[in-house]
Design a protein around this ligand. Sequence first.
Ligand SMILES: [Zn+2]
Length: 501
Amino acid sequence: MIFGSTRPRGARRLLPLALACAMAGTPATAQLPSLGGTGDLSVSAERKLGQQVARQLYRDPDYIEDPVLDDYVLRIWTRLMAAARARGDLGADIEDRFAWDVLLGKDRSINAFAVPGGWLGLNLGLISATTSADELAGVLGHELTHVTQRHISRMVADQNRQFPLMLAAMILGALAAGKNAEAGQAAVVGGQALAMQNQINFTRDMEREADRIGVQVATEAGFDPRGYATMFEKLQHASRLNDNGAFPYLRTHPMTTERIAEVRSRLQLAESGAPRPPDVVHFMMSARARVLAEPGVDLLRSYVAEDALRPNPDQRAREAAALYAGALAHAKLRDTRAGSEVAARLAQLVAGNEEAMRQVRLLAAEIALQAGDVQPAQALDPARGRPELMLWAQARVRGGAAAQASDRLQTWVALNAKDAGAWRLLSQAYAAQGQALRAIRAEAEAFAAQLDWQAALDRLRSAQELSRRTGASGRDHIEASIIDTRAREMMSLLREQALER
Ligand SMILES: [Zn+2]
């Protein structure tokens, strides 16, 4: 899973290799459980292990909830899942019980990783390093395949089926180590975990299988398989650039070259078609990832400058990316007026491309909302998609029409109960209308959606307290009984969690 890094790092004492799928290379020393071993984790055991990891990832300061990128990545992810389903790779048991959710991280390192239980971690650094949806689909298809082929279960079961909690800690420790050495040290429990950490790896056979099936899944989902090969080459290149001694396992990797060759040879038939033109929308999304990856003021200024220079005026996609990054960087530097101006220029450039125009409307609405102007966001169609809904609802709450926002959001969460961001916004919409009980419950649901059952229970208890004090009546009476039910459910989940330790 750890693909290497775009930024040089100092002393990195731990190999960031837990569950490493290492598209950029498998360490030669990997301890390899064999394919087809008999010790597989059950679907529900893997799901529980994944919950422990995902719960921490949601709380990680690097976790970012961005409706625009979430929507973009999920659309690719959903197409890949449909292709896997059509191939018969997505059994009903894992389809129903796994999460199939993508968690974005602000980290600028090029990384993506499959978490047990069907969560996928994806760094903004990786999105910003891709130049087409095909490349991104290649990475996601590879990771999806690790999940659908139950590689994680086989590996984890062979490693240590007795200590799921320790395994979760090890996975998290390795993920943290991928960010910086200090955090990694803190997250790893004890020397034994440290020693075992380097052994949690997919086998070469698993990597080959993820390559072989992953590229098929991406192709059958309608993506250009050549994206898979170019992504590999890019990752190998990035790892070479960063070969400063901090990446001993990346220094020599015949494995990587071998795997690129294998993928290339498998693609030979596909090579005959004409290359696809640059995708303006992907360039814009990649630019968004670059700006949101907390690049610091200096880099933001350089994006603003890049917009001013626009070195490749003949390449419309690159120009669109530069304008998109420039507009968003202006806004991040609190110059929303300049941001809006650049967004308007972007609109002229991509006029006629409906999906690109959709992204420009969202960007312009986001920047205007930041400046306190609710009009552009209120003009969005909340039925168009989740990014529109979220901006529109924020604008309604701030524009004194919170009841409209809560009506829409209530309908949305009825269908998307795991949408923490929508629950949180719904909580604000209720609070704005003085509906304290509903606001607190919606907040509790946001915590529950991100697997923080203790925080959810705390909110539900304070809602029960409030209900007792004020004496619920009418619609609030129904709400109060839902709150009681949910509180019991949270207690039961917490008891179950305690037993796993
Ligand atoms: Zn892999």
